[in-house]
Design a protein around this ligand. Structure first.
Ligand code: C2E
Ligand code: MG
Ligand code: MG
Ligand code: MG
Length: 276
C-alpha cells in the first residue's frame, strides 16, 4: 500500500479501512455501473454508452472511482472488479441492443494492470461469446496515466484486442506528457479529449486553438475523436463546427442508473418522431 508523505494518521486509517471494505464490496453487491450516453456530434444520434463504476459504501455513502480504483489496484482487487465490470457492461449492452439499439457500443475503462494478466484477453473473448455480442460492440478505454512505454509487453495485449475487432480508446487525452508518442505507438482507434480541454473552448484563446488543433491532427491521422465533459451549448456547437465525431457530457446526459435507461430511450424515440 502506497502512502503519500503528507498524509495524516487519519488519512492512512481511512485508506486502510476503505481498502479493507473494498474486499467485501463485490460480494455484498455495493458496486454498480452507471451508463453515460455518447452521441454523434453531427446528427445527435445515440452511439452507445460508457460504463462508470460506482461504490455505495454502507457507512460513507457514494465513493468516487478516482478514490477507490487506485486502492483496487494497490490491493490486487482490480482483477476481479475489472472482470465484473466487463461482464456486467456486456450483459447490459446486450439488453440495450435487443430492446432499443442493435448497434449500441459499450465503452469500459481499464486499468493498465489488467493488461498484464496473460489470460485477460481470453476472458474478455469468453464474455463476448457468452453474451453473444460482436467484438465491435465493446471498446476498452485506457489512460495515459498507465504509462505504457514503447517496449512494454502490454502493447502486444492491446494488439490482440485490436486485431480481434475490439477498439482501443485513449482516454483523458492531453493530460500527460506522452500524448503524441502514445498515439503513434499504440493500436488505438479513438482519442478521447479530456474535459479540462473542453472547458477551455471559447473562454481561453490558447486552449481553444489547442483543442481545434488536436481534433484536426487526430482526424488527419485517422482516429475517431470523442470529446468528454461537454457542459454548454457553446462547446457543443464549436465541436460540431470542428467535426469532432462524438460527444459526451452533462449537457446531453449524466451517467444513468440502469433503471433510468428505459426513460432515456423513450425520450430519444420521442425526439426522433418529433424531429428535434
Ligand atoms: P473517465 O473515464 O474519464 O470518465 C469521465 C468522468 O467524467 C466520469 O466521472 C463522469 O461521470 C464524468 N463526467 C462526464 N461528463 C461530465 C461533465 O459534463 N462534467 C463533469 N464535471 N464531469 C463529467 P466518474 O464516473 O467519477 O469516473 C472518474 C474516473 O474513474 C473515470 O474517468 C475513470 O478513469 C475511472 N473509472 C470509472 N469507472 C471505472 C472502471 O470501471 N474501471 C477503471 N479502471 N476506472 C474507472
Ligand atoms: Mg473513460
Ligand atoms: Mg476521461
Ligand atoms: Mg478523467
Amino acid at each position: 500500500m502506497e502512502f503519500t508523505p503528507h498524509a495524516t494518521c487519519e488519512d492512512l486509517e481511512h485508506k486502510l479501512r476503505l481498502a479493507n471494505d473494498l474486499q467485501e464490496a463485490l460480494p455484498l453487491q455495493q458496486l454498480s455501473l452507471h451508463y453515460q450516453p455518447q452521441f454523434e456530434t453531427g446528427s445527435g444520434n445515440v452511439r452507445g454508452f460508457e460504463a462508470l463504476l460506482r461504490w455505495n459504501h454502507p457507512h460513507f455513502g457514494p465513493i468516487s472511482p478516482t478514490e477507490f480504483i487506485p486502492l483496487a489496484e494497490e490491493t490486487g482487487l482490480i482483477y476481479s472488479i475489472g472482470d465484473w465490470v466487463i461482464q456486467t457492461a456486456c450483459q447490459k449492452n446486450k439488453q440495450i441492443q435487443e430492446k432499443y439499439m442493435p448497434n449500441s457500443v459499450m465503452s469500459v475503462n481499464l486499468s493498465g494492470l489488467q493488461l498484464q494478466d496473460s489470460l485477460f484477453f481470453d476472458r474478455v473473448c469468453g464474455i463476448l461469446q457468452q453474451t453473444a455480442l460482436s467484438p465491435q460492440s465493446l471498446e476498452l478505454e485506457l489512460t495515459e496515466r498507465d504509462r505504457i512505454s514503447l517496449k512494454d509487453r502490454r502493447i502486444d495485449s492491446l494488439k490482440r484486442f485490436a486485431h480481434h475487432g475490439i477498439k482501443i480508446v485513449l482516454d483523458d487525452f492531453g493530460t500527460e506528457y506522452s500524448s503524441l508518442e502514445y498515439i503513434t505507438t499504440l493500436p488505438l482507434s479513438t482519442i478521447k479529449i479530456d474535459r479540462s480541454f473542453v472547458t477551455h473552448i471559447n473562454n481561453h484563446y490558447e486552449g481553444t486553438v489547442l483543442v481545434e488543433w488536436i481534433i484536426s491532427l487526430a482526424r488527419k491521422l485517422g482516429f475517431t475523436v470523442v470529446a468528454e465533459g461537454i457542459e454548454t451549448y457553446e462547446q457543443l456547437h464549436t465541436l460540431q463546427k470542428w467535426k469532432c465525431d462524438f460527444v459526451q457530457g452533462y449537457l446531453l446526459s449524466k451517467p444513468l442508473h440502469e433503471q433510468e435507461l428505459p426513460l432515456f430511450f423513450r425520450k430519444v424515440e420521442w425526439k426522433q418522431e418529433n424531429k428535434f
